[in-house]
Design a protein around this ligand. Structure first.
Ligand SMILES: *Cc1c(COP(=O)(O)O)cnc(C)c1O
Length: 424
């Protein structure tokens, strides 16, 4: 089935007992065992079933199956936030003494995690320029556990050449982890280009209405963990934290995503609430139609700003003049999602004045809402970074980031124009 259909139907058919057509919210902590043998078999991974909502929940399971189907993966694991998804996707295979390689064009929270928190836990992060594939190759060694990138960078707006990045990583047996939050599987499906693990902040376009925080990790099921068992002993050697199970033997293709569930989720506990899983599922049903409008409106705003006298530059990969425009055609079906940034004449002061003058467009630090949103990264999302770190992340004082919503384009443009007039 096509993604528009999967977004509405996959992972659920009307409940056999109640005939409920909408996915029920299973607001329960625990699940009864038929008898002690049944409980033992569940714990031994011998039979499928539910034990405790920290580890699994039927509402969340529908969300997991739906996103796995939309990405074309073998399985998925939903967690409490996008940051939890990134942290635990990494912790499942990288330990003290290991390193990961990451591009620099990252979401501010991810950059902070990589630059400051992971090193304190003994995981080194080696930053490279996304355009420099040979630098990615040069940065990897026998302790490298993954290469990390954002398919479409937030807020940088750049596009990764996924095929080349994957080729470099796979040449030495390293998996590629892609944060696919901004394009969503509707525009970009990283597994089709060889990526191994996809993560999402479900908080953004997937939920689509700014109501719930959530994240998900999706496994392609294709990375040959067993072949590279020297690099990944945690997947191919008995795990004492789970009475000696060998994940590649017990779970086959789903070894990685299974280990994230039974080690990360069980032992570290970043569970999503069933109510949030339900709300995120409501959003996903309309993702394809919303994304069409987000992209159409964002392109119209980018074109409008390009010709505006108060604007010095516009950064939107959907514009033919953008350096990654060819990559948008190849990886994102020609559409660059709903986020764009521009430089305002007058720098920091004008940027602040512009944001403060908006009436319809909301001032906040989220993206991917049905509502149009604006933020000034230098004074908000990226303010904790040093000037040098801001420059590396592509954030300048005059940069205004817009997440264009699905309102009528005339109303969006009118609000932007009146705020630009006040700021100039
Ligand atoms: C928002 C965001 C995150 C973090 O997600 P949360 O749900 O806010 O924890 C990670 N990556 C990208 C690209 C994001 O936009």
């Amino acid at each position: 089935m096509k993604i528009e259909t999967l977004a509405i139907h996959s992972g659920y058919s009307p409940d056999p007992t109640t005939k409920a057509v909408a996915v029920p919210i299973f607001q329960t902590t625990s699940y009864a065992f038929d008898d002690t043998q049944h409980g033992a078999d569940l714990f031994d991974l011998k039979v499928e079933g539910n034990i405790y909502t920290r580890i699994m929940n039927p509402t969340t399971a529908v969300l997991e199956q739906r996103v796995a189907a939309m990405e074309g993966g073998v399985g998925a694991l939903a967690v409490s936030s996008g940051m939890a998804a990134i942290s635990h996707a990494i912790f499942a295979i990288a330990e003290q003494g290991d390193n990961i390689v990451s591009v620099t064009t990252l979401y501010g929270g991810t950059y902070n995690l990589f630059a400051h928190t992971l090193p304190k836990m003994g995981i080194e992060v080696r930053f490279v320029d996304y355009r420099d594939i040979s630098a990615i190759s040069a940065a990897m060694d026998e302790n490298t556990k993954l290469v990390f990138c954002e398919s479409l960078g937030n807020p940088a707006g750049n596009i990764i050449d996924l095929e080349k990045t994957v080729e470099a990583a796979h040449a030495v047996g390293v998996p590629v982890m892609v944060d696919n939050t901004v394009p969503t599987p509707y525009l970009c499906r990283p597994f089709e280009f060889g990526a191994d693990i996809v993560i999402h902040s479900l908080t953004k376009y997937m939920t689509g209405h700014g109501t719930s925080i959530g994240g998900i990790i999706v496994d392609s099921g294709k990375f040959p963990w067993k072949k590279y068992e020297q690099r990944f002993p945690m997947l191919s050697e008995p795990d004492p934290s789970y009475h000696g199970v060998v994940y590649t033997e017990a779970l086959g293709d789903a070894a990685y995503i299974g280990r994230v569930r039974v080690v990360q989720l069980r032992n570290m506990g970043p569970a999503i609430s069933p109510l949030n899983s339900f709300l995120i599922l409501q959003g996903i049903e309309s993702l394809p139609v919303r994304m069409d409008r987000h992209c159409e409106n964002a392109l119209a705003v980018a074109e409008h700003l390009q010709g505006h006298s108060c604007v010095t530059w516009v950064n939107y990969a959907g514009l033919p003049s953008h350096e990654d425009h060819q990559l948008v055609q190849k990886y994102c079906r020609g559409h660059a999602s709903g986020i764009l940034s521009f430089g305002i004449k007058g720098g920091l002061e004008a940027g602040v004045k512009f944001i403060d003058s908006l009436n319809l467009v909301v001032r906040l630090v989220n993206i991917g809402d049905a509502k149009s949103l604006a933020c000034h990264p230098a004074t908000t999302t990226h303010r904790q970074l040093s000037k040098e770190e801001q420059a590396v992340a592509g954030v300048s004082d005059d940069l205004v980031r817009l997440s264009i919503g699905i309102e009528h384009i005339d109303d969006i443009l009118e609000d932007i124009d009146q705020a630009l007039a006040k700021a100039s």
